[in-house]
Design a protein around this ligand. Structure first.
Ligand code: GLU
Length: 504
């Protein structure tokens, strides 16, 4: 079912690195925009100057572009609803604040932090451990609700610091439909008189967010659950300003594998990357992270798990976003990563694996790298794991200790050397011929096949695991293989014989 084109926005505050929860929010907005042929805007909510981080905006842009989420309108993309940084839209907020004051939906407050603290102290009790600035306390404060109009004007004139607060009156139930949670109600008695304009003249998140969602024609807001409790304040502003609020959808919390919300601290403790740049550094593929995040809170209602971005655009459905917290699992992400690697062309996989591999072995030749990538792709969790298969390009410098203990027997050096001789005498050196040669040798020596193949793998690769043995040997090449086998026979034949007596 195709709905009308939406206008959605991703509205991060540039206070640090883009984190994984933020990318999920961006993704869901993006999917809805693409699905409806709508618009995905980026709005930088930079009104809190004390938490502003200069490099954050670039990090956000980098993260979105890494994930493949193209932005239609934004600070660097431009667009008709700009500017897209809140710090450049201050006049709009000042106008809205004045309209709220004129309508009696907001008031001016002159209290100093000490006076506010003293008020809270007066009201603090066991039943009310954190008193609020609101309908039950505001009459005690220095506000335009209490002071005479000329006194208010005089104090503003004199440069007295002041803020603008939302006037929330008790006795009303505000109800709205959240597309994830269904009908949600708040009693205004629970809502405090939120500061809308700070003493430095900057709007708070609440005012700027409402003004911009309206001014930018945002039809749908999809954001984290932590913003749900702000909705009643926003609804009061929309009403007082005579505006229609956008449709709302609040995403479920991302939970730690050990329970509780996945905070930066709990993630650090569990070794879970938090910022998108950490996922990039850790070698995750953007397709896998996107697929994983899509299913972290949404389900397609089918068994299908593997999606590319286009598939997600088709399948995504806001109504299928879950309400309850979703558990983060790095194992699951690893699984997605492996699955997406498998789906890549060998050329693409080779391109992604090249940097890690070249770090390990120096420059590698294109054609061979593609062959290795295609042979190994079933076994990779990350593209960089291909660096563990450096033996396709360079001879092993050492041999897996445990493997030697288990697999290298008294006759291994002899069998491995004999196999090298037989390979040299072969005509073809193909997957089939190298296997036939090993079988013939096993028969001639009356040795089990395993008695040869395991030592040969150790000798040729230094490891005990890998792709098919004969595919591997053919890729390593005949001369290189026979050299490695002979060298191992020489080095290991002795060392194991020497070590053996002391092992007991
Ligand atoms: N600036 C808020 C944030 O950092 C935006 C919340 C919203 O989408 O309304 O998440």
């Amino acid at each position: 079912m195709m709905s009308d084109p939406v206008r959605v926005r991703f509205a991060p505050s540039p206070t640090g690195l883009l984190h994984i929860g933020g990318l999920r929010t961006a993704l869901y907005n993006y999917l809805l925009a693409r699905q409806t042929g709508g618009t995905f805007a980026l709005r930088i909510e930079d009104t809190d100057r004390s938490r502003f981080v200069e490099t954050a905006e670039q990090d956000i842009l980098d993260g979105l572009s890494w994930a493949g989420l193209g932005v239609d309108e934004g600070p660097t993309q431009g667009g008709d609803a700009g500017p897209y940084r809140q710090s450049e839209r201050r006049d709009l907020y000042a106008d809205a604040a004045q309209r709220l004051l004129d309508a009696g939906a907001a008031y001016i407050a002159f209290d100093t932090p000490d006076e506010i603290e003293a008020m809270k102290e007066r009201h603090r009790s066991d039943a009310n451990p954190s008193p609020r600035y609101g309908h039950s306390t505001r009459d005690e404060m220095a506000t335009s609700l209490v002071l005479e109009a000329d006194e208010v004007a005089r104090r503003i004139e004199a440069g007295d610091e002041h803020v603008v607060r939302l006037k929330v009156d008790p006795g009303e139930t505000l109800t709205f439909t959240d597309r994830v949670r269904g009908e949600v109600s708040f009693d205004t008695i629970e809502v405090d008189d939120q500061v809308l304009v700070k003493s430095d003249g900057m709007p708070t998140y609440h005012l700027a967010n409402v003004v911009d969602d309206h001014e930018m024609g945002i039809t749908d807001v999809i954001r984290g659950e932590e913003w749900l409790s702000s909705v009643p304040k926003h609804l009061l502003m929309y009403r007082a300003l005579g505006w229609t609020p956008p449709r709302l959808a609040h995403l479920p919390l991302i939970m730690s594998p050990t329970g509780g919300k996945l905070s930066k601290r709990s993630a650090d403790r569990l070794g879970i990357p938090v910022s998108v740049s950490q996922y990039v550094e850790a070698g995750y593929e953007p397709e896998a992270v996107v697929n994983f995040l899509a299913l972290l809170g949404w389900n397609p209602g089918t068994e299908q798990e593997i999606f590319d971005l286009e598939g997600l655009v088709q399948a995504f459905d806001v109504e299928r976003i879950g309400k309850s917290g979703v558990q983060f699992s790095l194992d699951k992400l690893d699984w997605f990563n492996g699955q997406h690697l498998r789906a890549l062309d060998p050329e693409d996989l080779a391109r992604r694996a090249r940097p890690a591999l070249e770090d390990a072995v120096g420059p590698v030749e294109d054609g061979k790298l593609v062959e290795v990538a295609s042979l190994m792709r079933e076994r990779l969790t990350k593209a960089s794991d291909l660096a563990d298969a450096a033996y396709f390009f360079v001879a092993p410098e050492s041999y897996d200790e445990k493997g030697l203990k288990k697999r290298w027997k008294d006759d291994s050096a002899d069998l491995v050397a004999a196999y090298a001789d037989a390979l040299e005498a072969e005509d073809a050196f193909t997957i089939e011929s190298t296997e036939a040669t090993m079988r013939a040798l096993a028969e001639a020596r009356e040795a089990g096949f395993g008695r040869i193949i395991h030592p040969v793998r150790l000798a040729a690769t230094g490891t005990t695991a890998g792709a098919g043995m004969f595919e591997t040997l053919v890729l390593i090449g005949r001369d290189e293989t026979t050299q490695r086998l002979r060298r191992a026979a020489e080095v290991l034949g002795q060392s194991v014989a020497v070590r053996r007596p002391t092992e007991r």
